[in-house]
Design a protein around this ligand. Structure first.
Ligand code: NDP
Length: 272
């Protein structure tokens, strides 16, 4: 049976085995998808061991997306620009790598939530791995403005260098965006998993705005609660992004793109 796995730390909470088992069933394919726990010290050996045992591919989650990029023999353009990968494919003894996080986010926004990015004002919070992956696919949709807010300005500016010069871009600390109204505010920080929220002004939300938290399965996070109280009209969590990036990896590995609706429905928890 073809073997796949997701590697991370922690990993027990991962929904990926469930999502991929559902995809396999829905597409009539047979595969095994398990989890691998690693540390920064054991990451490379764990991937190599899985590959040597005949593994076909892996998903990579926090905190190994940068290490996985370094390990890969071949990467896509978008992975190189992000400097991080979340999917590996083992072929002919080589490791190919790609990053589907950003296109998963864009697919969820545009296809599932009906939010067209072109011409809109978008604020991205945080400057970690998720922001790296999201930046280029978001920019490719030609928003009117793509802004990055982070507590360390230099870090946000460093990420922005990956973008083409014709992208309308702004980088700042959180209080630099106190009065700027955005159509979409994306929380790409890990604050929600700690029960915290980025220090954002309630005035960042334009009329009809969407607040999107990359965290999922947590209900109304402090970020989403703040957004709702600040008047954001639409709220969404990252369940759809998770499933969409998984579907991209599945299509890359297996040659068929599964429908994502059932998996999103299973993962969705009410935002109340
Ligand atoms: P990283 O650890 O790489 O980055 C975390 C970022 O959050 C850093 O920029 C950090 O800032 C910032 N941060 C942490 N706490 C706070 C806070 N209280 N206030 C402001 N900023 C804060 O994580 P990732 O980028 O990999 O992941 C971020 C989130 O996205 C996680 O919740 C993760 O689960 C989620 N995610 C969801 C996906 C999905 O498919 N739905 C896919 C990928 C990620 P600093 O550098 O200053 O510490």
């Amino acid at each position: 049976m073809d073997q796949y796995a997701v590697i991370g730390n922690p990993i027990a909470h991962s929904q990926s085995p469930r999502i991929h088992a559902g995809f396999a069933e829905a597409t009539g394919q047979v595969l095994a998808y398990t989890t691998r726990l690693a540390t920064p010290e054991t990451f490379v050996a764990t991937v190599r061991e899985f590959q040597a045992a005949g593994g076909r591919g892996m998903n990579v989650t926090a905190p190994f997306k940068l290490q996985a990029f370094d390990l890969a023999d071949a990467t896509t353009e978008r992975a190189r620009r992000a400097g991080a990968v979340n999917a590996l494919k083992f072929e002919d003894g080589r490791i190919r790598a790609d990053n589907f996080d950003g296109i998963g986010l864009v697919a969820d926004l545009q296809r599932n939530l009906g939010f067209a990015l072109a011409g809109r004002r978008v604020l991205l919070l945080g400057a970690g791995g998720a922001t790296r992956g999201a930046l280029l696919p978001l920019a490719a949709q030609r928003p009117a403005l793509l802004a990055i807010a982070h507590r360390d300005l230099a870090q946000a500016q460093a990420l922005a260098t990956a973008l083409d010069p014709d992208v309308a871009l702004a980088c700042g600390r959180y209080d630099d965006f106190g009065d700027a109204a955005f159509d979409l505010v994306i929380n790409a920080t890990s604050a929600s998993v700690k029960g915290e929220r980025p220090p954002l002004s309630p005035r960042v939300y334009a009329a009809g705005a969407l607040a999107y938290d990359l965290a999922y399965g947590r209900g109304l996070t402090p970020f989403l609660r703040h957004a709702r109280d600040a008047g954001a009209q639409h709220l969404a969590d990252g369940a759809g992004m998770l499933v969409e990036q998984a579907a991209e990896a599945y299509a890359w590995w297996r040659g068929v793109r599964p429908d994502t609706r059932a998996a999103i429905e299973r993962l969705r928890v009410p935002l109340v």
